[in-house]
Design a protein around this ligand. Sequence first.
Ligand code: SAH
Ligand code: SF4
Ligand code: F3S
Length: 467
Amino acid sequence: MNAVEEEERSAPTERAPAKVLVKSYGCQMNVYDATRMADLLGREGYAETNSEEDADLVILNTCHIREKAAEKIYSELGKLAIAKRALNAQGRDMKIVVAGCVAQAEGEEVLKRQRAVDLVVGPQSYHRLPELLRQAKKGARVADTDFAVEDKFRTLPAPSRAQIRTRGVSAFVTVQEGCDKFCSFCVVPYTRGAEASRPVTEIIAETKRLVDAGVCEITLIGQNVNAYRGLDVDGRESNLARLLDRLARIEGLTRLRYTTSHPVDMAQELIDSHGAIPKLMPYVHLPVQSGSDRILKAMNRKHGADAYLSIVEKIRKVRPDVALSSDFIVGFPGESDADFEATMALARGVGFASSFSFKYSPRPGTPAADRDDQIEEKVKSERLAALQALLEEQRQAFNAATVGREVDVLFEKPGRHEGQIAGKSPYMQAVHVEGPTELIGREASVKIIAAGSNSLGARLMSEEAKA
Ligand code: SAH
Ligand code: SF4
Ligand code: F3S
């Protein structure tokens, strides 16, 4: 081999690979999308990094759901712009991409507001990132927020086994994206587009790949996951209950979850799945937003408080040990003290294991933002504090009630100190035990012995401790 050939062969391996940092905000779908972007860029030769200083490419995968979430991105971009200037002054060529829901909602505005941004790419066009990056390298500043006609998922590469392994034993799989519900406060139908479901075969293939690489817990995600209507293998329309049933047959998969559900799509067939599929975890996240029929109507939620309570009752009938969680909005325009009291009453009536609650945030382009009966900030804050105190009390009560019970824990990582391992109960609680690291990536039975404010202490059942 002559010297020139030698140099040509070794050159590519000697150059350090370009590095990408993807930072995600917002919901689980953004977390999933971040992994798919990383997979895609991996094929383009990018290695993942956790450090900004190290990154040649920084992607902010943004959320537009509340004003605070969206504004946070601009302060983050301000800091990144300074870092970019400093690095590029040293001869580097750092690029900044804004992806996700702020990208979709604001498009070219992002390029105008922050000069350091090179690319803006919406949630339905990130499969075009490699081409867009080539344009950016030539100096173009592009905003691509088209709702692509092609199936984004099909054009994205599957992650390698090594990539899957580094991400742990629990994984998300998007099965449905977008929303046709148009709740009057919400930006999601505008940022994610119309409801679309992936075909069953595609979801099975993706799940099998994850399970083959060691994943044992899959959470199916969608903005309205229970509105899933993907094509079944027989060419007919499937639904979430049938999809769960198929996935539960995959050997090596031990836990299935799904989120987020809308109450109006909580079909009896899906409720029955909770009694019929042992791998389906007894935990349902079912946002209610408000307990007042008047406010629910104004929110365009398409159901009343009683309908919600009746769904809860039906789920508890087929799965008495089910834990429920929810989302709440306080201070929606026109919300009176009595409306808010109805929300408190609903929460007291159900008893939630865990919940998220927010002050209503007017979002541009949504009907509720234009109403002239907006609620004062002070009132919103008082209501949020009262609701959060109640929900926190319920969370603690739920945790305390698991003390003394035997449950299966899926161990995910080493614990806080030597000899300890940590995992998740079927009810999404963090659990710590003294135990061998060999159990990481596996499920084992434990007895819960103590409830702390954010995690549970437990003891391995004797046979697992011996293993
Ligand atoms: N698709 C899900 C929720 C997606 S958004 C559903 O229908 O339940 C997640 C949560 O953010 C919502 O449940 C709601 O509680 C909250 N949220 C959405 N828009 C909001 C707004 N404008 N102000 C405050 N909270 C909001
Ligand atoms: Fe938003 Fe309502 Fe759609 Fe949920 S169902 S994503 S809250 S519009
Ligand atoms: Fe936020 Fe978009 Fe998810 S607005 S909550 S990242 S769908």
